[in-house]
Design a protein around this ligand. Structure first.
Ligand code: MG
Ligand code: ZN
Length: 220
């Protein structure tokens, strides 16, 4: 019996395009973030807060991945930031070719940072390199402590782990120290931020990190 190595083939083709994206972003000196999480953890809310606090210092572009709707893109557009919507029509992740097409529709010569909001899913988005400088993942306190070990690839790939909804900590049994220990074990070099996009608590630390990372890329 012959077995077709479909997944390996798809990922190889994706890596070629991701490399092209990375080259483009090196030339343009734009910092590229691939923001991932499960649905409802607050990616768009974090994005809105981040843009609002850094918009005067950094020129943002956003790529919104969504299976069917333009709801998140509309929220970002309301902030006056160039945004491109990708509707995957059922696909549960973004790949390098999808985002390459989106970049063609952004003012690439005038941007400092582009944030890609990936499709809400803790599984396959982690497997697809988009050419990003940084994979950032969001976990919210309401999702529970079991996620790092249930979705280790996502956590291992993440350069930044953001715990969102810390304003809800008193109403959950989420254990922040346990999460920090799990991250240390799975992804020892990952940066960890705990924040609430709702109350703004902790947002400053994440924004300061992002600003420094964008600046560092500019100087390369
Ligand atoms: Mg969203
Ligand atoms: Zn998928």
């Amino acid at each position: 019996m012959k077995k077709v190595e479909l997944v390996t083939g798809i990922l190889d083709a994706n890596d070629v395009l991701a490399k092209q994206n990375r080259e483009l972003f090196r030339n343009k000196k734009i910092f590229l973030v691939n923001l991932m999480s499960s649905p409802g953890s607050g990616k768009t809310a974090i994005l809105e807060r981040t843009i609002a606090s850094l918009q005067e210092e950094l020129a943002f572009g956003v790529v919104e991945g969504d299976i069917y709707t333009t709801k998140d893109a509309e929220r970002i557009q309301a902030q006056g930031v160039p945004v491109v919507q990708i509707n995957t029509e059922g696909a549960c992740h973004l790949d390098a070719s999808m985002v390459a097409k989106a970049f063609e529709n952004l003012p690439m010569d005038n941007l400092d940072v582009i944030i890609i909001e990936n499709v809400g899913n803790l599984v396959c988005p982690a497997e697809f390199d988009l050419g990003q400088d940084c994979k950032a993942m969001v976990l919210s306190t309401t999702e529970g402590n079991d996620k790092p070990w249930k979705y280790p690839l996502m956590f291992r790939e993440a350069k930044v782990v953001i715990l969102n909804k810390i304003d809800l900590l008193p109403y959950t049994d989420f254990d922040v120290t346990q999460l920090e220990n799990d991250i240390t074990e799975i992804s020892p070099n990952a940066k960890f931020f705990a924040l609430s996009a709702k109350t703004n608590e902790g947002m400053a630390e994440w924004c300061a990190w992002l600003k420094a990372a964008v600046k560092e890329k500019k100087q390369q």
